[in-house]
Design a protein around this ligand. Structure first.
Ligand code: ADP
Length: 273
């Protein structure tokens, strides 16, 4: 039986103008981000090249953490882009990509997905925010700090049953667990690509995703513990806002404000119980 995510099946169904027109499906791979970066370094691939897999043996998160998902349970994809974003806007890609995922899951399944700063996709179950997806953007920068080439990677838990969910600090769930029925992967992928292409073009046209992304953040107003690679002691405080670049502003117990960049920070909120 053919797989519904294989190129031969997906390519004729694409509704995008350019995104995913260069497409590879892997039944198994180490990491789609790593493979896409490597292949593009060997020979430049078209903008919008999409790598998709059914299983990653070395899926990755931030800070060398791993992303794990059972075979055929998820959307695991990477997209190659050349956004040329100026230094102050490099996080826009993570933001617009999360918005594309949030819109897709809302349109297709009626589920209210949200974002945990900086890169987690979460849904609420029994009053607790559970992690249902993650985004990992990796990029190359020019001398002026512009994000020239980027790989947008995303893992979204669709059909992972309770007993196969990873044991993670932020409790994990899948969209199937929320809906109590399996999720069809093909339509979700096609809609995600439509949304992503639209929001990406808006972004390149100068439309900032920051305000819409802020609206979807569950982090603002939360009590948080921040572990920074550079500090021995974690920082305790309240997340009060984000900057126009997407940095998180945390007010500590003494009332001092700290501006945190995503790169070196691990955040635990009171919802990580
Ligand atoms: P953080 O939550 O600190 O931002 P990352 O975004 O780097 O972490 O994601 C990696 C972490 O996500 C892993 O350390 C693990 O705890 C968790 N994780 C791994 N796979 C999954 C999954 N399929 N669903 C939910 N959480 C996962």
């Amino acid at each position: 039986m053919g797989n519904e995510l294989e190129a031969g099946h997906i390519l004729p169904l694409l509704r995008t103008n350019w995104l995913g027109h260069s497409f590879r499906f892997f039944s198994e791979i180490g990491s789609t981000n790593v493979a896409l970066k490597k292949d593009n370094a060997k020979r430049p691939l078209p903008n919008g090249t999409l790598y998709l897999t059914d299983f990653q043996t070395a899926g990755r998160g931030r800070l060398n953490r791993s992303w794990v998902a059972p075979k055929e349970s998820s959307l695991l994809l990477s997209i190659l882009l050349r956004p040329n974003l100026p230094p102050e806007n490099v996080h826009w890609l993570t933001m617009m990509g999360s918005l594309a995922a949030v819109e897709t899951v809302h349109d297709q399944l009626g589920i209210e997905m949200r974002v945990k700063w900086p890169n987690d996709l979460v849904v609420q179950q029994k009053d607790v925010w559970h992690k249902v997806g993650g985004i990992l953007v990796e990029g190359e920068f020019d001398g002026a700090g512009q994000l020239t080439t980027a790989v947008y990677g995303m893992g979204l838990n669709l059909n992972i049953p309770a007993n196969q969910l990873p044991d993670a600090t932020t409790p994990a769930t899948s969209l199937m667990m929320v809906l109590q029925r399996p999720v069809e992967r093909e339509q979700l992928l096609l809609t995600f690509l439509d949304q992503f292409e639209q929001l990406y073009e808006d972004m390149l046209g100068g439309y900032s995703p920051v305000a819409d992304w802020r609206d979807k953040l569950v982090t603002i107003g939360q009590t948080v513990t921040v572990s920074r690679v550079s500090d021995a002691e974690p920082l305790l405080g309240t997340a009060v806002d984000i900057t126009p670049s997407g940095y998180l502003i945390v007010k500590d117990e003494q009332g001092h404000h700290h501006t945190l960049q995503a790169g070196d920070v691990s955040l635990r909120g009171c919802f990580d119980n």
